[in-house]
Design a protein around this ligand. Structure first.
Ligand SMILES: [Zn+2]
Length: 269
């Protein structure tokens, strides 16, 4: 890619180019960046749209699902014309309308331990838009072993949380070492979600992705940020690397080939 922005791009991105510490080279860096969004649901809708609007040049979208009517209350990337289509295809169409500078790479598969290493390895940042623990743990583990930042997000009812995990700091397993007891937390089961909640958390995730790509501001990599929409509370909780973490700890696994899981998403050693 040429390092110079053309006149259309200079106009399109003018409001971010006006920001202090943001120049043509930063925009060029965004245009040559590659971000993988795993999950094209509520969180992914916000992440994908804002990263595309900002000019992140290549966005991978991984999701094995199709658009259903009950998605549309919060998954604003998709519309009634997309019902029953694959979410990755719907996402690609939306991005095409939003910004022709952006290429979408579609991965219509569920993230599995066997395929995740080759899926994740070509991206600069991996984004968690998942609603199930097995995929989230696999993405965390593979991203950390490949030294790729992993921007976590999760929503439940009227609550959500986000944090950027990157080498040198804690990982998702330092926060949650293994999946909760089956039945303790609904995972694959449908649950109530306040419509704007995934958008709020997804915007925070997209913000951290842009900061990571641009080395801009202070990345949210040492605190977990929680948002409770019930009373509009934001809480930041410090998180340290766990010395006994099976992924980022000193005795953690060393290679993606060593990743095997039990039914609670624990790494089998
Ligand atoms: Zn860890």
């Amino acid at each position: 890619m040429s390092s110079a922005l053309d006149s259309r791009q200079r106009d399109r991105y003018s409001r971010q180019l006006m920001l202090e510490g943001f120049d043509d080279a930063d925009q060029t860096r965004l245009l040559s960046s590659r971000v993988l969004v795993v999950g094209a649901g509520g969180l992914g809708s916000a992440v994908i749209q804002y990263l595309a609007a900002a000019g992140v040049g290549t966005i991978g979208v991984a999701d094995d699902g199709c658009v259903t009517r009950s998605n549309l209350q919060r998954q604003v990337l998709h519309g009634v014309d997309d019902l029953e289509d694959r979410k990755v295809d719907s996402a690609a169409r939306s991005v095409e309308l939003l910004n022709p500078d952006v290429t979408v790479e579609t991965h219509p598969d569920r993230v599995e331990p066997g395929t995740a290493p080759s899926l994740l390895e070509d991206y600069d940042v991996v984004v968690d838009g998942l609603d199930h623990f097995p995929g989230r743990f696999v993405c965390n583990d593979v991203a950390r072993l490949q030294e790729t930042p992993f921007v976590h997000g999760a929503v439940y009812g009227l609550e959500g949380q986000t944090m950027a995990f990157r080498p040198g700091g804690p990982c998702y397993r330092c926060l949650l070492p293994e999946a909760p007891d089956p039945g303790a937390v609904p995972s694959d089961e449908p649950m109530g979600i306040f419509p704007t909640l995934p958008g709020a958390i997804g915007c925070l995730q997209a913000t951290e992705v842009l900061k990571l790509l641009l080395e801009y501001g202070t990345v949210l990599d040492d605190h977990l940020l929680r948002y409770d929409a019930t009373d509009a509370t934001l809480t930041k909780t410090a998180l340290e690397p766990a010395p006994d973490c099976p992924v980022c700890g000193p005795d953690g696994v060393e290679s993606v080939e060593d990743l095997a899981y039990d039914d609670r998403c624990r790494i089998e050693r």
